[in-house]
Write a protein that binds this ligand. Structure first.
Ligand code: F6P
Length: 341
């Protein structure tokens, strides 16, 4: 068989480990051939491929980014319906596709599979918000990077007796904020799932300061404090309540400084959380998912994605993973909040 692999959506530490796992198992165990579509669905829509011989994946499990490139191209918005993609696959002799991506990528994969194409998926996102898998690879690395950065911010905050606000990724969910905040010993963790008033945040900051600590607030980029409603939109929020410029940390810092009288600094960690070498956990998880995706192809399990269930790799249908996000449950937030005081 000839299998095409694509990586699509925001990049994520561990993508190369998935590719390597799939290619090594596919060649060694099944004698398959592999090609890579360049830049996600763009390469599929345009039939832009490279060969992936065994030598191309040598040593790449520890390499950040993706050797295939990625994009946020949606095949259906770019003239790439099932007929076009099916025709490319026949012309190039490609029997099946392994699509590595998040919600958007897998939703496109589902539509194409429903139209008769042979596609299996591998879930990917640093945000860890994909349902039907216990963890996504890349999340552990992002938490590690964020925690190390926050540890560093803490020492400068302590030296200057300042309040530090660290903004981490998480457009819709607060998994990175929750885990990095717990690991770094934050005095407040602010996440999109959890309504938190500015009075409550102010109180946490004041309490930490009263205990002689440099207050440390970890905020997910998608968090909107409940006082920043539409009436405040002229101050820099867009219609979704997200800051137009900078991040939510930039809005919170002057507000908290004004309310507490404590000098406050904001740092937005941004894409550093997605770059560089994956953690050992992510390399192992990604490798296992890549190998399992090849098994899915061999068994013709079209329309499914591989997933982590406990410590085992399982297989779930696309529809079980799509349509809703895996948010931080209340009990996980309450557990972390015990540590704020
Ligand atoms: O979905 C992953 C993610 O890293 C989000 O946390 C973040 O909001 C977004 O991607 C950033 O996207 P881009 O790389 O396109 O700016």
């Amino acid at each position: 068989m000839k299998i095409g692999i694509l990586t699509s959506g925001g990049d994520c530490p561990g993508l190369n480990a998935v590719i390597r796992g799939a290619v090594l198992k596919g060649i060694a165990v099944h004698g398959h051939e592999f090609v890579g579509f360049l830049d996600g669905w763009r390469g599929v829509v345009e039939g832009d491929i490279i060969d992936i011989p065994r030598t191309l994946v040598r040593g790449i499990a520890k390499q950040g980014g993706t050797i295939l490139g990625t994009s946020r191209t949606n095949p259906f918005d770019n003239g790439g319906g099932p007929e076009v993609i099916g025709a490319h696959m026949r012309r190039l002799g490609i029997d099946a596709i392994i699509a590595i991506g998040g919600e958007g990528t897998l939703a496109a994969a589902k539509r194409l599979t429903d139209a008769g194409l042979n596609i299996v998926g591998v879930p990917k996102t640093v945000d860890n918000d994909l349902d039907a898998t216990d963890y996504t690879f890349g999340f552990d690395t992002a938490v590690q990077i964020a925690t190390e950065a926050i540890d560093r911010l803490r020492t400068t905050g302590e030296s200057h007796h300042r309040c530090i606000i660290a903004e981490v990724m998480g457009r819709h969910v607060g998994w990175i904020a929750l885990h990095a905040g717990m690991a770094a010993g934050a005095h407040a963790i602010l996440i999109p799932e959890q309504k938190t008033s500015i009075e409550q945040i102010t109180q946490w900051v004041r309490d930490a300061n009263a205990r002689g600590r440099a207050p440390l607030v970890v905020v997910a980029e998608g968090f909107v404090p409940d006082h920043l409603d539409s009436a405040h939109s002229e101050r820099g929020l867009d219609t979704n309540g997200r800051p137009r410029l900078g991040g939510i940390a930039d809005l919170l810092a002057p507000e908290l400084e004004a309310r507490t009288g404590i000098e406050t600094r904001a740092t937005i960690l941004g894409h550093i959380q997605r770059g560089g070498v994956p953690s050992a956990f992510d390399r192992v998880l990604a490798t296992r998912l890549g190998m399992a995706a090849v098994d899915s192809v061999v068994e013709g399990a079209w329309g499914t994605m591989v997933a982590l269930k406990g410590t085992e790799i399982a297989r779930v249908r696309f529809e079980q993973a799509l349509g809703r996000l895996k948010t931080v449950p209340q009990n996980r937030y309450d557990e972390a909040a015990v540590l704020f005081g």
